[in-house]
Write a protein that binds this ligand. Structure first.
Ligand code: TYM
Length: 340
């Protein structure tokens, strides 16, 4: 079905707090790499998604600029990619409503991320937190994006996006929306918390020691890695030996993703050694990769007007693609389009 659609990459990140090493390895780093794929790349700071939980308005503006700086510092080039914040392109919210009319409540009920985030407080969270995956589907489909690079935790939302596209096409007898492919690749599709190998590294974890922030300085990074939870056994020669050692496996995956080596290569080098040797080596690789990104972010953040200009320019380019698609969707669904 995708044969009729021009290949196009879209992805987004919530500016709901500082970005982490998980966001970098699972998403940002790969966003930059896809710029060399020859495909059009569209990257979005999804500020409307961030609003699903209360955000201090002044802080949200700062976080959005900081996230934009992180994208660029990680290699996303606004001349080669479209980089913008979601709320400046109204077509996202418009298509979200239209797709909410296609998505089924039963599908939303199965979303594990809502169950995790809503938890026992389900009755008191915002309606938008529940409807959120329909907005995410709209983000993707409003560009007819065919591929979406994300971390493992977004897989279910992308399956939902496919279901929504297929149901729309079926219900209206069209081949209009592409069936998007998730791109979940590499050693770090699920970076885990440094304090608990069963939880993903997250910007919303109350413990700052659980994550490496893209704003952390070299000493903080080294200290967090030194204190990361591990076990007392030496490293084995292959990943198979780390099956039941989630914390150790996580650190090896992080090392491999940062250094660009395979996990087996990393283990071949450290086989038989304990974390006393491995952790300082990991800290060194982490600082070598992250320090230039952090310092570039600081430079970029010192000119907020330039960041805003870049986001505005990106939004105009995004709008030019999204507007005709949302208009055509309305036509397909039977809405009169008679404005001059
Ligand atoms: P968000 O903001 O939670 O995360 C942004 C991206 O970072 C990835 N990621 C991770 N990858 C590996 N290990 C981790 N610990 C880790 N934590 C986060 C996420 O998988 C994601 O790729 N709903 C999305 C944002 C979104 C979106 C979209 C994404 C809105 N619309 C359309 C793609 C396409 C989210 O909350 O991601």
């Amino acid at each position: 079905m995708n044969a009729t659609h021009t290949p196009r990459i879209f992805s987004g990140i919530q500016p709901s707090g500082g970005l982490t090493l998980g966001n970098y390895l699972g998403a940002l780093k790969r966003f930059a790499e896809y710029q060399d794929s020859g495909l059009e790349t569209i990257y979005c700071l999804v500020d409307l998604h961030a609003l699903t939980v209360w955000q201090d308005p002044a802080a949200l503006i700062e976080q959005t600029r900081e996230a934009a700086a992180a994208f660029m510092a990680a290699g996303v080039d606004p001349a080669r990619s479209i980089l913008f914040n979601q709320s400046q392109v109204p077509a996202h919210a418009e298509l979200s409503w239209l797709l909410s009319c296609v998505a089924r409540v039963g599908w939303m009920d199965r979303m594990t991320q809502f169950k995790d985030k809503g938890g026992k407080d389900r009755e008191r969270v915002s309606l938008a937190l529940y409807a959120y995956p329909a907005l995410m589907a709209a983000d993707i489909l409003v560009y007819h994006a065919t591929a979406v690079p994300v971390g493992e935790d977004q897989k279910q939302h992308l399956e939902l996006t496919r279901d929504i596209a297929a149901k729309f096409n079926h219900d209206y007898g069209v081949d209009f929306f592409p069936i998007t492919n998730p791109l979940i690749e590499g050693a770090a599709t699920r970076v885990m918390s440094l304090r608990d190998g069963s939880k993903k590294m997250s910007k919303s974890d109350p413990s700052d020691a659980s994550r490496i922030n893209l704003t952390d300085d070299a000493d903080t990074i080294a200290q967090k890695i030194r204190k990361a939870r591990t076990d007392a056994d030496p490293l084995p020669g292959s990943m198979e030996g780390l099956k039941d050692r989630p914390e150790a496996r996580n650190l090896v995956n992080i090392y491999a993703a940062l250094s660009g080596e395979g996990t087996d290569q990393v283990l071949a080098r450290f086989e038989g050694q304990g974390f006393g040797a491995f952790k300082p080596a990991l800290a060194e690789v982490a600082v070598a990769v992250l320090a230039p990104i952090t310092s570039r972010m600081t430079e970029l953040k010192s000119d907020p007007a330039e960041i805003d200009r870049i986001l505005g320019d990106g939004a105009e380019r995004a709008e030019a693609i999204a507007r005709p698609i949302v208009e055509r969707t309305k036509e397909i669904m039977g809405m009169i389009r008679s404005r001059g």
